[in-house]
Design a protein around this ligand. Sequence first.
Ligand code: ATP
Length: 254
Amino acid sequence: MLKQPIITVKNLVKNYGSFEAVKGISFEVYDGEIFGLLGPNGAGKTTTLEIIETLREKTSGEVTVDGFSIDQDADKIKQRIGVQLQAAGYYPNLNLSELIKLFCGLYGIDKSATEMLDKVALTDKAKAKYKDLSGGQKQRFSIATTLINNPRIIFLDEPTTGLDPQARRNLWDLIREIRDQGTTVVITTHYMDEAEELCDRVAFVDGGHIIGIDTPNSFIDQLVASGFERKKQVKLANLEDVFINLTGKEWREG
Ligand code: ATP
């Protein structure tokens, strides 16, 4: 993969009053990768994402997205990215088809609702209300809304939190498909198995600093090479494997 940066963050600082939430971080996201921001609660992940998305003011530093600066070209950046809305942003009385049409109207883009719902395997729910969807379906729908403007990059903040193992796997497949079609994906997650499985590269954020950035395999290999060993022999399967095995792997109403 060509390592062409599509997002560049340099010395980004964000203060809330006297509290320093982001303390001068620098990193790049490469075009066409799934990039994960990992770290404990309060590390500064959401703050960093929202600054890149032009939704929050930075205190200082430089951020460019697809060649545009967040200082001068926020509107151009908004046209090139897809951001998941919080659930509260969906009109409760509209069905999925109508919601997609509403988003198309907001973007000034003529797309068929069926085409967008088909991308996330929700065509059979076109007439359903958002509130009547399962957790996995809600996430898939909100990912569909991020794709309406053919974005170069989509941002997913903890998209699989609260989902069952199959629904999570379905979402991983969907996110990989989106990446394979050329869209860069920036994701936050607290699930390390998810980051290991899904992300091409990850950055660990802690206390407003980036404390490591690499591919999952490289991080793990370095740790093992340093002499680290897990205390217990790892079992050949885990309870999640049992769950998947008992309940089936097929695409369901996740
Ligand atoms: P989580 O994993 O819990 O989502 P996070 O890494 O996304 O955490 P942020 O939401 O970016 O963390 O928050 C970073 C720090 O900044 C936290 O200590 C938080 O309390 C603080 N913070 C975030 N937003 C504000 C705000 N609007 N005003 C004041 N402090 C804030």
